[in-house]
Design a binder for this molecule. Structure first.
Ligand SMILES: Nc1ncnc2c1ncn2[C@@H]1O[C@H](COP(=O)(O)OP(=O)(O)OP(=O)(O)O)[C@@H](O)[C@H]1O
Length: 773
């Protein structure tokens, strides 16, 4: 455990001056590069016209410089943070957020990107395995000013020998860990620890599972891994994109600054509720309903629900065709339906087969009526007549409408909405009365995150009838060409005036129509897609990502994993989570269960064992809760103590709000700059939230509380992945009672604190917290 600054040595004034000079020179170089990128960007924005290829090239160059500029701006803070001195090499190596090279011809490295192999010893070198490093120096800066230097001498004979072997950069680490929380996660690039570094720099292919207790840095590692992968496999991943899936939008906001501070922006951060384009699923539903929707049983239910939309009449329907009644028999439609189903194509695609087959049979029916030889010979209609009959049937709106009714074109939203709001449909799809009671809801209900994998599954079952899409694209292109022809005619029409003015020979002067026809004109003006891969991926359900990172991965249901696996057929994935913290009923408690079906044994498990967030005093309390979740599980080891004991206080139920507010005031006064989290059972959220807001102005409560506030009240579910300097857990017995995974929820709740933990209870303390009695 870190208790003091270990092997940190004080630095001389001369060191400070020379490091400041180096820092200043680095910023000068950064300014120079920024100016160059800015000038090039301006130049490109002034250019216009050119060939389509030229414009595409120009757009790529523009995007390149815009990205460079954004990158230079984003590293303005903390550009430089480390220096390595080697036993044998004469020159030090400086480590920072990005790589910078000197302007000279040799392009000497001035600053090494933390992700480059040359920077790795900064994170791995220890006194026992110094890897040639004599001294590791952490440089602290504020803006462009050097504010501190922490040195670690790795040559044992030269140091005082008090440094810890399992922690690198003790002083810098301790200062990061004890700093006040801000409501936004910070990057850890200056103090990545060896076990974390191994995960971050793991290769791109395959499934990597990172299991770690609370506070072991799983989220931090996941984000730094994204930055590392984008740096190392830039070309591949810029094209295909990286997805980071987080548990909820509050969490995404909490982590939103980390990648930009690492100069990486091209990553799609999303929740499960965002994974179906056009739907932002934010509605809430009972955990048991979400659990049922997340189970693989829904595959059969959805399959049946789609099949139920492929109907036939009791006996027949009659439509008017060409002035005659046309009878469409049940048998005709049954045959057509069987043929379409046999094709095993998605519903909307198989519809073509259904229609073709039905029309084929109906055309024979008509042929028999009008082409029958009165003398009993062969039918008098030729093949051409039959083809014409089929064409007429196909174009007949009444026939179309009848066939549409029996095999309609369907959308995922329509099928799911109809299914979930209709008890008969649910029953017919194979749901038991208990399941129906859980699933049935109003037609107007909003989408929930657990609906999204169902919508995605339905999109697969329904498919898209490309013929309609292609027809629409062709129609749009024809319309564009017609428009372009109009434009060119106007150009052509206005030309004669110029000729007359100039007195020139008409034929000798090129007109717009001589150099470009309408088709080329359209091509030239087709919009170049300037969106990043992440932006395009967000709008495209079928986008295939180059890498997918899942945080709080233990919470995802089997149906959600199916969706993710579809987005990542290469199975290049990182899943980080903790099976002891699972609170969703459809979540998992073993990683085998999740990955075996997709990659069999071919996944790697790495465990993180050190808790950077929660001090040892708090972790001792959490350990008892964990033992009750599963006696086989061991909590991660805290890297530090806070010197503050957790406490518990019993209050009368009627006085809970008043007592809570008194504690909030006390805690807030203890750490004015820090953040206080109040974690409550769902049943008390609304009432305590209202009382709190009335007494503590500015406190954040509700569906998506703003974490930048100093006081935030939320449920444990909302607090997943978050942390606060100080945490008050209210009514732990109710937190336990509210869910079959209540003990895991309590474990999550007590491990959110970086410094202080208090428990307010209205009944006897639950046994798992008896150490606080
Ligand atoms: N190497 C490190 N240097 C500095 N801070 C670190 C380091 N590793 C982790 N931390 C900090 O520890 C805290 C916990 O990290 P993080 O939220 O990533 O943990 P986690 O494993 O995802 O936790 P949980 O399972 O509870 O969500 C964060 O404040 C993070 O910045």
């Amino acid at each position: 455990m870190i208790a003091r600054k270990g092997a940190t040595l004080s630095s001389s004034n001369a060191d400070v001056d020379s490091e400041q000079a180096y820092l200043t020179a680095l910023y000068q170089r950064l300014d120079q590069l920024r100016e160059q990128a800015d000038n090039r960007l301006r130049g490109i924005l002034l250019e216009a016209g050119g060939t389509p290829q030229g414009r595409t090239q120009r757009e790529a160059t523009r995007a390149h410089y815009a990205e460079q500029l954004a990158q230079f701006n984003s590293v303005e803070n903390g550009l430089l943070f480390g220096r390595l001195d080697f036993s044998t090499a004469p020159h030090p190596r400086y480590i920072g957020r990005i790589g910078l090279f000197a302007e000279d011809r040799d392009r000497d490295p001035l600053l090494v990107d933390w992700r480059a192999p040359a920077a790795r010893s900064f994170y791995l070198a220890t006194a026992v395995n110094p890897d040639g490093v004599r001294r590791r120096r952490h440089l602290r800066t504020r803006g462009r000013v050097l504010t501190g230097i922490d040195d670690e001498v790795l040559d044992i004979s030269a140091g005082d020998g008090t440094g810890r072997e399992d922690v690198t950069g003790e002083a810098a680490l301790l200062s990061a860990l004890t700093a006040n929380r801000t409501g936004r996660m910070r990057d850890i690039v200056e103090t990545i620890q060896a076990e974390q570094d191994e995960v971050i720099r793991s290769g791109l292919p395959g499934v990597l599972v990172v299991q770690g207790g609370p506070g072991t840095g799983k989220t931090a590692v996941a984000l730094h891994r994204a930055a590392y992968l984008l740096y190392t496999y830039r070309e591949q991943l810029t094209r295909t994109g990286v997805l980071i899936l987080g548990p909820n939008t509050t969490f995404l906001r909490y982590i939103s600054q980390v990648l930009p501070s690492l100069a990486e922006t091209g990553v799609l951060l999303a929740t499960l509720g965002d994974m179906f384009p056009g739907v932002r699923a934010r509605a809430v539903e009972p955990p048991a309903t979400a659990a049922l929707k997340g189970s693989l049983h829904m595959l059969d239910v959805l399959d049946n629900a789609v099949a139920d939309r492929q109907t036939v009449p009791d006996e027949f329907v009659e439509v008017d065709h060409d002035g005659y009644p046309l009878r469409i028999d049940r048998a005709v439609l049954e045959d057509a339906r069987s043929a379409a189903r046999r094709s095993e194509r998605p519903h909307n695609v198989a519809r073509q087969i259904f229609v073709t087959e039905a029309i084929h049979q109906l055309s024979r029916q008509i042929a028999e009526r009008i082409g029958a030889d009165p003398l009993g010979g062969e039918n008098l209609l030729s093949e051409a007549d039959l083809a014409e009959t089929r064409r007429e049937l196909r174009e007949d709106v009444d026939v179309q409408a009848a066939l549409f009714e029996f095999w309609p074109v369907l959308t995922p939203r329509q099928v799911l909405r109809d299914l979930l709001s209709d008890a008969d449909r649910l029953e017919s799809a194979g749901c038991t009365p208990e399941e129906r009671a859980l699933l049935l809801r109003d037609r107007s209900a909003g989408w929930t995150p657990a609906d999204v994998p169902l919508l995605d599954e339905l999109a697969e079952l329904l498919g898209i009838d490309d013929t309609l899409k292609v027809r629409e694209q062709q129609r749009q292109r024809r319309a564009a060409i017609e428009y372009a022809e109009g434009v060119l005619e106007i150009v052509e029409g206005s030309r004669s005036l110029d000729f007359e003015d100039e007195g020139a020979e008409k034929d000798e002067i090129l007109s717009a129509l001589d150099v470009v026809d309408a088709g080329a004109f359209v091509e030239r003006h087709e919009v170049i897609d300037t969106r990043t891969a992440a932006e395009r991926a967000a709008a495209d359900r079928t986008w295939v990502f180059g890498h997918v990172i899942v945080d709080e991965a233990q919470e995802l249901s089997p149906m959600a994993w199916r969706l993710l696996m579809r987005r990542c057929p290469s199975r290049s994935m990182t899943a980080v989570g903790d099976v002891a913290q699972t609170s969703e009923l459809a979540g998992t408690t073993t990683w085998e269960q999740v990955f075996e079906p997709y990659v069999a044994q071919r996944w790697r498990l790495v465990e993180l064992s050190v808790n950077y967030r929660t001090p040892s005093e708090v972790m001792a309390v959490a350990a008892d809760v964990l033992a009750a979740v599963d006696p086989a599980l061991r909590p991660p080891r805290s890297v530090r103590s806070a010197g503050v004991s957790p406490w518990a206080r019993r209050v009368a139920p009627a006085a809970l709000a008043v007592e809570l507010i008194a504690d909030v005031r006390k805690e807030a006064a203890l750490s004015e700059e820090g953040r206080l989290g109040i974690l409550v059972p769902e049943s008390l959220e609304a009432s305590l939230g209202a009382e709190l807001v009335a007494s503590v102005p500015g406190a954040a409560v509700g569906e998506q509380p703003d974490l930048l506030n100093h006081v935030v009240l939320m449920t444990v579910r909302q607090a997943k992945g978050l942390e606060f300097d100080s945490v008050l857990v209210v009514a732990p017995d109710e937190i336990i009672a509210e869910s079959p995974r209540g003990l895991s929820d309590l474990y999550v709740a007590v491990t959110r604190a970086t410094r202080r933990l208090g428990i307010l209870h209205t009944t006897d303390l639950p046994k798992v917290l008896s150490s606080l009695a």
